[in-house]
Design a protein around this ligand. Structure first.
Ligand SMILES: Cc1cc2nc3c(=O)[nH]c(=O)nc-3n(C[C@H](O)[C@H](O)[C@H](O)COP(=O)(O)OP(=O)(O)OC[C@H]3O[C@@H](n4cnc5c(N)ncnc54)[C@H](O)[C@@H]3O)c2cc1C
Length: 288
């Protein structure tokens, strides 16, 4: 908990919010406050509330093929929105529903989960397998960056001095694309001990696009490009699912921690990858 909040600001514009942040004082942007509430510090701090900056749109733009979600949109609102439900047969809303408990989803925002994600974040693998662009405001300019490049080390200081405005998710072609999210945790409300998201596009029985991301390794979610490349061009079969599971367990960078040993994580990655691919195979077969 931040025990020494000296001032709480409600800026009326993005520029005002950035100028408040650029001063000498130690400051943080705050949205739902659920992650900040976990900070433990008695150093003086100022909070800059971003929840009144008009960053809470949720808009499905079929013409341009994307879903735009403002940074201050509560996770639960995304879960319940019909627009989000239309993404990949409910993949987005159903996976986001796996996050924490209702009160956390009802207070926590999408933007708040992106700047300094917890290593066990579910949102990172979920959004990583969709085509997600992040909109951010930096030094008076609106810019975009692909989600998978958001955490590159040379971007860290830019990200820390930016306001996330929202994300834009490309709507995948329906019918031949399906995705699955899987989470292993010790109890319903516990955070993930391992999570995994996979998305495949299948044309004529062959995989034309593949994305697989694993989180809570225990490090933050990361895609596995070598495995994705190996999936592309292959016929989607149960044998392929099995083989890919084995490959994922061997190629993902995994470690042990107080929750799970490394070997246990390897076994889980193997099983979860195989299962995700098998389920996608069934879904695509049913749709076509
Ligand atoms: C008990 C608990 C359980 C949880 N369980 C899960 C789980 O199962 N799965 C999962 O994925 N996550 C989980 N979370 C994480 C949760 O999703 C995040 O805490 C939440 O989404 C953060 O959003 P917020 O609006 O509360 O962020 P805040 O706490 O307000 O802010 C978080 C960080 O983002 C910065 N920030 C906020 N908004 C912006 C912005 N627009 N631009 C720039 N910086 C910004 C803040 O300065 C701060 O550094 C859990 C959290 C808690 C507390």
């Amino acid at each position: 908990m931040l025990r020494n909040v000296k001032d709480y600001h409600y800026p009326g514009s993005l520029d005002e919010a950035l100028s408040l942040d650029n001063r000498e004082s130690r400051s943080f942007f705050i949205a739902g406050g659920t992650a900040l509430a976990l900070s433990d510090s008695s150093r003086p701090v100022e909070l800059i509330d971003v929840s009144r900056l008009g960053l809470n749109d949720l808009e499905l733009d079929r013409e341009n093929g994307n879903l735009k979600i403002g940074a201050s949109t509560r996770i639960q609102r995304v879960v319940e929105s019909g627009a989000a439900r239309s993404v990949l047969g409910g993949f987005l809303s159903e996976s986001l529903e796996e996050i924490g408990s209702y009160p956390i989803r009802n207070a926590g925002t999408l933007g708040g989960s992106l700047v300094r994600p917890f290593p066990w974040s579910d949102i990172i693998p979920i959004l990583s397998v969709l085509e997600t662009e992040v909109f951010y405001y930096h030094e008076g300019n609106e810019k975009t960056r692909e989600l998978s490049r958001l955490y590159e080390s040379d971007f860290r200081s830019t990200l820390n001095s930016s306001i996330i405005e929202g994300v834009s998710i490309s709507l995948p072609e329906e019918g031949n694309t399906a995705a699955k999210f899987m989470k292993f945790s010790r109890s319903e409300f516990d955070v993930a001990s391992l999570n995994l998201a996979c998305r495949l596009t299948v044309e004529g029985g062959y995989i034309s696009k593949a994305k697989l991301s694993i989180g809570a390794r225990p490090m933050t979610g990361e895609r596995i490009p070598a495995l994705e490349d190996n999936l592309v061009g292959k016929k989607l079969t149960e044998e392929l699912a099995k083989k890919s599971g084995k490959e994922a367990g061997e190629s993902a960078e995994l470690r042990g921690d107080e929750k799970l040993g490394q070997e246990y994580r390897e076994q889980l990655v193997k099983k979860m990858t195989e299962e995700a691919i098998t389920e996608i195979m069934k879904e695509v077969a049913n749709e076509s």
